[in-house]
Design a protein around this ligand. Structure first.
Ligand code: 4AD
Ligand code: MG
Length: 462
């Protein structure tokens, strides 16, 4: 008979009818008269309780129904007498699809640590925690598309293989088909990239922004949503080597329009998750972060603080707080500084603007003071920087001067400069780190636990 997903089984209209469910056994307990199986199929955090009357079924038949086994059950949905569930299924027919040997199934026991589960990343989606996180992640991805599509933004796919380094940090993964043990060489001993697949050095992209600007200056407003790669050796709870980024880019937006959009956008996503993932968020709050729901609500309800970098640094210096990294005008802010401003000083998200030009990328619009650029970072409680963006330098001469000042190879940049040569317009954009948003919404504390298969230094097993 037709299968009903467990997410749909708690419908009172189904009570009394015969249903069919399929899923993985979470637990089995009971006695010689009756056995209870908690079944989950991934469609919801909730399990359905299956009741086996041991008069109808032999011990032997039920033996393979152990934690992790996959089964199909047909039976009658009835109101439950027991505590903890509204309905249960009185089993009539059982099919075992696959067993999971209790002696070797890694998730046999409950209550594994997140560290242990990272070593079992191929199976951890079957736990309650990762089921909840992955459903929230999926809902957030949908919310992101919904937000932009409803506002007339076009989804633009930018290349993953690129010849330019958008952020200028040099932390790129090279893409090559050259034989590494026998590289073709030029006369001066350097590698002859004309022999490489693309005839030049290429790498995995660190950002789709530069191509996004090409889209925005044609379609008006676009967003990208795709994987991004950074070969920085940062082993922190907030960095991945492969992460997903959402990069909207808008013609005719100045920095204030940009800040407004960023604030509306993150609030919308958080609100969407609260509304559509209530069960999963409640589970995560109960098990990991009692303040989670309250924190999510408070971010939606408040106005984000808007502050210049210079003012931010003054607050930090005057705070008397002892930071691990000293802070002074011109230094890049560490997450401890960002979090101090957000969690201790203002107690709400902060958008910091007008950073020193030397710590920001070449494309940001230069302010008249000659020292700062029209950057904006959105800083969040528990996370620090969740969004980085700016108004873009639309003036051809100023942009070219900055590119030359930073010794960025012009041969990589001519196409980007063409946007400023032909019909240049004021424009702005930003990048939201998807996993940092998922971290915030799920209340998890390590970014490795909010992406199905994390890529970090020395870790690409699964
Ligand atoms: O601040 P970033 O480097 O900005 C850019 O890449 C711009 N091109 C964005 C734009 O203006 N279109 O990165 C943007 C965001 C950060 O705020 C952070 O949330 C996330 O991407 N991020 C990372 N997330 C996980 N792991 C990493 N290694 C990350 N690096 C940046
Ligand atoms: Mg940044």
């Amino acid at each position: 008979m037709k299968r009903t997903k467990i997410s749909d089984i708690f419908d009172p209209a189904l009570i009394g009818s015969r249903v069919c469910v399929k899923g993985w056994v979470r637990t089995r307990r009971g006695n010689k008269y009756v056995q209870f199986v908690a079944l989950n199929d991934g469609s919801t955090i909730k399990n359905i309780q299956i009741v086996f009357d041991m008069n109808d079924i032999s011990d032997e038949t039920l033996k393979p129904v152990t934690t992790g086994a996959s089964i199909c059950v047909e039976g009658i949905l009835v109101e439950s007498m027991g505590k903890g569930q509204s309905v249960e299924i009185q089993a009539k027919e059982l099919t075992v699809y696959g067993t999971a040997d209790p002696d070797t199934y890694p998730l046999q026991k409950k209550g594994h640590t997140l560290e242990f589960l990272r070593e079992k990343a191929h199976l951890r989606p079957r736990t309650n925690t990762f089921g909840a996180v992955l459903r929230v992640r999926s809902a957030l991805a949908f919310a992101i598309h919904k937000f932009f599509q409803e506002r007339g933004f076009y989804y633009l796919n930018t290349p993953l293989i690129t010849a330019s380094d958008c952020e200028g940090a040099g932390a790129m993964f090279q893409v090559t088909t050259l034989p590494l043990n026998n590289l073709p060489k030029n006369e001066d001993g350097s590698v002859d990239y004309s022999k490489d697949f693309f005839g030049k050095p290429t790498a995995l992209t660190v950002s789709g922004q530069l191509e996004g600007e090409l889209g925005a200056t044609a379609l008006g407003a676009i967003y990208t949503f795709g994987p991004t790669f950074r070969a920085e050796n940062s082993n922190t709870p907030r960095h991945l080597s492969e992460f997903w980024m959402i990069e909207p880019e808008m013609a005719f937006y100045d920095i204030n329009d940009n800040m407004e959009l960023a604030e509306d956008f993150v609030k919308y996503c958080i609100g969407y998750a609260l509304e559509n993932c209530a069960d999963d968020i409640a589970f995560l709050a109960e098990h990991f972060d009692p303040q989670l729901t309250e924190r999510l609500r408070s971010v939606i309800d408040c106005d984000f603080v808007r502050l210049t970098y210079t003012e931010g640094v003054e607050i930090l210096k005057a705070s008397g707080h002892k930071f691990e990294f000293p802070v002074d005008w011109g230094t890049d802010l560490q997450s401890e500084h960002e979090r101090y401003l957000v969690e201790e000083h203002f107690k709400r998200p902060v958008i910091l603007t007008d950073y020193p030009k030397d710590i920001k990328a070449f494309y940001m619009k230069q302010n008249d003071d000659g020292r700062t650029v029209r950057a904006m970072d959105v800083l969040f409680p528990k996370i620090g920087e969740i969004i980085g963006g700016s108004e873009r330098e639309e003036n051809y001469d100023k942009l070219l001067a900055r590119i030359e000042e930073l010794n960025i190879p012009m041969k990589d940049m001519w196409w980007y400069l063409d946007t400023r040569r032909f019909g240049t317009v004021p424009h702005s954009g930003f990048g939201l780190g998807f996993e940092r948003l998922v971290l915030f919404v799920t209340g998890m504390t390590n970014i490795r636990d909010v992406i199905p298969f994390p890529r970090t230094p020395n870790n690409a097993e699964f």
